[in-house]
Design a protein around this ligand. Structure first.
Ligand code: DSN
Length: 443
């Protein structure tokens, strides 16, 4: 970064600071990952200078012959990797990708059904305050008491509400989804089945998580999670989708531009292409397998430490923990873990008695640590440090006689963490682990 360093020392220093933060902590937010140097170079390339509204062969501006080549190449790679009929690689990220599908298939006020935000669905799956429920009629479905999708309720609601789209997708669901069951219900009521595989697309590409492609009409995904690419997204149209609606791809393309976006980010598209090539390698299959093995190992250890895992465990990269038996809010636990270098997020749990800003759970995952080469042995260490951290913080809270209402105050949480003296020692353990597994970004 010699040019940046000379031109703008402030931004250069902040980038270096963030690199150091990432190097010295564990990336355990399940939607984050460490893209390769090759991906970074493509994203930083001259493609970022070009405007390319439209699609290959039909651009509004001149100078797009190379843009056409790169976009078609990336589409081709995505089609092959996911075995789909058509792909749009232009969505700037997951939220516009999902909104484009709704724009393509629904008129304002028509009905969509997605997993409730409080049960692990995404904001864009019809959550209150999101455009997906402002402009469309959203009927959420939920999980059962075991933390699994409640297909009986879904079927009952679908028959009653006759949605035009059923969304099978999530940000906090650790289990394998029964795509076939979703398809049966969608087909029963004549709905489009849209699957949002943002979290698991890398696992699907590698064949370590079942593909929804034979069952869905449309599949959306971001490209920066388990897929390990740059920030961006794709909308895939399946053979089944084209059978239901031969104009489906055209409708999706029109919804992206002129519907909701202008020019595509060609530099990100080039980066997605690089990632898709990496994702086609045998080594990526090994990586994706290890992501799941690590998550299962971590879940097993956490169970031993009496953590209450939603659904009891995981089949994927993701773990959701109900912390109520540990007497700590998710926020306090996440902040305490950040102090020791374990970066994860607070999260709502199904039927959470606490409000969304002070939820009862935490969510974590293994894509980032697996990209650094960590395996089951390291997961054991991480589980132990998590357990010690949470126990120590909870003990301090008890000693200070702090109740949950007080715990919601930032200053009180800071006080609890400052009084928990053992965090420094635990942080050193995590730092040593990070140093043993440096971030290389070469896969
Ligand atoms: N923020 C992402 C996640 O963490 O799941 C989804 O947009």
């Amino acid at each position: 970064m010699k040019f940046l360093r000379k031109a703008d020392i402030d931004i250069y220093n902040l980038i270096k600071k963030e690199e150091k933060r990432q190097a010295e902590t564990l990336m355990m937010i399940p939607s984050e990952n460490i893209a390769s140097k090759a991906v970074e170079e493509a994203v930083g390339s001259s493609f970022g200078n070009k405007y390319s509204e439209g699609y290959a062969g039909r651009r509004y501006y001149q100078g797009n012959t190379v843009a056409d080549e790169v976009e078609l190449l990336v589409i081709d790679r995505a089609k092959k990797l996911f075995k789909v009929a058509e792909v749009n690689v232009q969505p700037h990220s997951g939220s516009p990708a999902n909104f484009a599908v709704y724009t393509a298939l629904l008129k304002p006020g028509e009905t969509l059904m997605g997993l409730a935000l409080s049960h692990g669905g995404h904001l864009t799956h019809g959550a209150d305050m999101n455009a997906s429920s402002i402009y469309f009629h959203s009927v959420p479905f939920t999980l059962d008491n075991e933390g699994r999708i409640d297909f009986q309720e879904l079927e009952r609601l679908a028959k009653k509400e006759k949605p035009k789209i059923i969304i099978a997708g999530f940000t906090a669901y650790p289990r394998i989804v029964d795509w076939k069951k979703f398809a049966e219900i969608a087909d029963m009521v004549g709905a489009y089945l849209m699957t949002d595989i943002s979290h698991i697309s890398g696992l699907v590409a590698a064949g370590v998580y079942p593909s929804p492609v034979p069952y869905a009409h449309v599949v959306t995904t971001t490209t920066h999670k388990t897929l390990r690419g740059p920030r961006g997204a794709m909308i895939m149209v399946t053979e089944k989708g084209l059978k239901k609606d031969p104009d489906l791809y055209k409708k999706i393309n029109r919804a992206i531009i002129p519907g909701i976006q202008g020019g595509p980010h060609l530099n990100s598209i080039a980066g997605i292409g690089v990632a898709l090539k990496e994702d086609s390698k045998k080594s990526f299959v090994t990586y994706a397998n290890q992501v799941v093995k690590n998550a299962k190992a971590l879940a097993a250890e956490l169970n031993k430490y009496n953590f209450k895992l939603i659904s009891g465990g995981t089949d994927s990269h993701l773990i959701l923990i109900d912390l109520r038996n540990k007497n700590l809010l998710g926020k306090t636990a996440a902040e305490g873990l950040e102090k020791v270098g374990i970066i994860l997020n607070m999260n709502g749990i199904p039927f959470d008695p606490n409000p969304p800003l002070y939820p009862s759970g935490i969510r974590l995952g293994t894509p980032g640590t697996t990209s650094r080469g960590m395996k089951e042995k390291e997961m054991k260490l991480i589980a132990r440090v998590m357990n010690q951290t949470i126990n120590e913080v909870a003990k301090t809270k008890e000693r200070m006689k702090i109740d949950m209402e007080q715990e919601k105050k930032r200053s009180v949480r800071q006080q609890i963490l400052a009084e928990t003296k053992s965090l420094g020692k635990l942080q050193k353990e995590i730092l040593t682990l990070c140093k043993k597994f440096p971030i290389k970004k070469v896969y």
